[in-house]
Design a protein around this ligand. Structure first.
Ligand code: CDP
Ligand code: MG
Length: 131
């Protein structure tokens, strides 16, 4: 199923530890998107390896799986006009040096390996909602 109007957003373990759940949800709500699903869970390493399968050959893969499994995550599905693309703009860039102030990553993190939030990067990748 193509989730053309939905995106998958996850608050990573460090985002929860920093106390950012409320701020992140508020950002998306105030923008005008609708929260249509939410789950608080600790993802298993197997589950995370599947989620990040495209990155399996990258040097940071093992560390990424360990980090994402280090505590619970808040998994959410947000719906609205162009939410996949706009959601990525709201997140900021993976690299902290490129994340503008006013974006979630731009305001709340400084290290690529601890970047507090995940968001689908295309309509196709938003199919990860089912995972
Ligand atoms: O999350 P995003 O789509 O912006 O970036 P990605 O390139 O798909 O990488 C996925 C995740 O891997 C990032 O969000 C970081 O948590 C992690 N990563 C890392 O630890 N070190 C890197 N050099 C690049 C990414
Ligand atoms: Mg990505």
């Amino acid at each position: 199923m193509a989730h053309t109007k939905c995106t998958f957003i996850a608050i990573k373990p460090d985002g929860i530890q920093w106390g950012l759940i409320g701020d992140i949800i508020k950002h998306f709500e105030q923008k005008g998107f609708h929260l249509v699903g939410m789950k608080f869970l600790r993802a298993s390493k197997e589950h995370l390896k599947q989620h990040y399968v495209d990155l399996k050959d990258s040097p940071f893969f093992a560390g990424l799986v360990k980090y994402m499994n280090s505590g619970p995550v808040v998994s959410m599905v947000w719906e609205g006009l162009n939410v996949v693309k706009t959601g990525r703009v709201m997140l900021g860039k993976s690299n902290p040096a490129d994340s503008k102030p006013g974006t979630i990553r731009g305001d709340f993190y400084i290290q690529v390996g601890r970047n507090i939030i995940h968001g689908s990067d295309s309509v196709k990748s938003a199919e990860e909602i089912s995972l």
